[in-house]
Design a binder for this molecule. Sequence first.
Ligand code: ZN
Length: 212
Amino acid sequence: MTMIDISVTLSTATAEWPGDTPFSCGWSMQLAAGANVNVSTLTTSPHVGTHADAPLHVRDGAAGSDALPLDAFIGPATVLDVSRQASALDRAALRAAGLGATPARLLLRTGRSIAAGPFPAAWPALTAECAASLASEGLRLLGVDCPSVDVRESASLAVHHALFDGGAQILENLDLSRVAAGTYELVAVPVKLGGLDAAPVRAVLRSSHVGA
Ligand SMILES: [Zn+2]
């Protein structure tokens, strides 16, 4: 059994969405200062690093991070390399990238990830129509290695809405740089933050095929 960590390290070096609260941390107690323990403190937007969005992110009154359906975040997942596709990913583009029947969980490797360091200037995204049709065909979760399932300049966040409206969950800022296209088992359970708009996850892919 091979296990691949597809989480971005959350640290002061992690690129946040421009204008969002960055990750920062410090020490409130330190052994070196005479305390009996080391205790850290941290401040961050929950959208920094690898995380699950909650419907509350885009709609008042919708489900928060502690109400996300855990079964969507555990189970078979298809990794698809769309790094060579045009920026608007429709059904034809997904077919061209090798996607067959709609999977329960789809992870898109765009190659534009904060895992590489800086915040990417742009990245490809599903069209809202494509997101809605995938959800209607049973997609439970869409994960991306880029910072958003929508394009960077989107104001409507139409793909977020299409996925949540169709009952599909969202993972963002994955690190798929070491993952080949194929089918894996995903384990990416969100932290149980009460009633927030997003939650950090530790995302892992497991495969019975070495190098798959
Ligand atoms: Zn987000």
